[in-house]
Design a protein around this ligand. Sequence first.
Ligand SMILES: [Zn+2]
Ligand SMILES: [Zn+2]
Length: 234
Amino acid sequence: MMDNEHEVQTGNLFSEDTPKMPEGYYSGDKPNLNLPAFVEQHIKSRPYSTNEDYGIDSFSEPINAQREYDIFNMHAYWSKKAHEAIEQYIEHYTQPGDLVLDQFCGSGGTALSALSLGRKAIAIDRSPAATFISNGFCSSTDLPKLNEEYARLMQKVSSPISELYNSNCHICGSKAIIHYQVYSMTFQCLKCLRKTPLARCTPVDNSSNAYYCPYCGDIIKTSQEKTGYQLIET
Ligand SMILES: [Zn+2]
Ligand SMILES: [Zn+2]
């Protein structure tokens, strides 16, 4: 969870004290009973008329967004979108203090982006998994408390499960603990017919879909049918 490469974040992502999301979390088909009051309070603070001319042009800028960062990698919900991309839409269509509604919220990326840009947010989804993840994703966390809980959990589970990770050092043979294992796809060379893990082959170029066979030097393409996986590092 924590290592030296990642600095521990401190402080609150959502700075102001005003409610930014309706109080409470309800999964599946249960309605959030706090939603009407939340919307009424918002309308009171930002009166709005249906006659008002919204008058914002469509957002049509090309979007280039990073997809490899800690918050994005926090969970593996399918179809999640990069926050940088969502933020560009929110900044184009809304002002700070506006209310952003995502009625098919998935893992809550739109709500999180809205909150981090000083907007309020309502996130709704029929899937209990989606609302569960969104709730965790959009709630601020007491980090010292979280780290304390990790330590407590680690202490509780480490002795019953640690024997599952016992191994021997492949260099000196003494007792060791497995930290990770690397598996590589294996392919059969069409010329010499020997099977080899891809991790042992040198790529032909940067495109990483063609490799040299380490035995005969012929080319192995990743479009070929793979023959399986092999443990290559532990
Ligand atoms: Zn050793
Ligand atoms: Zn070969």
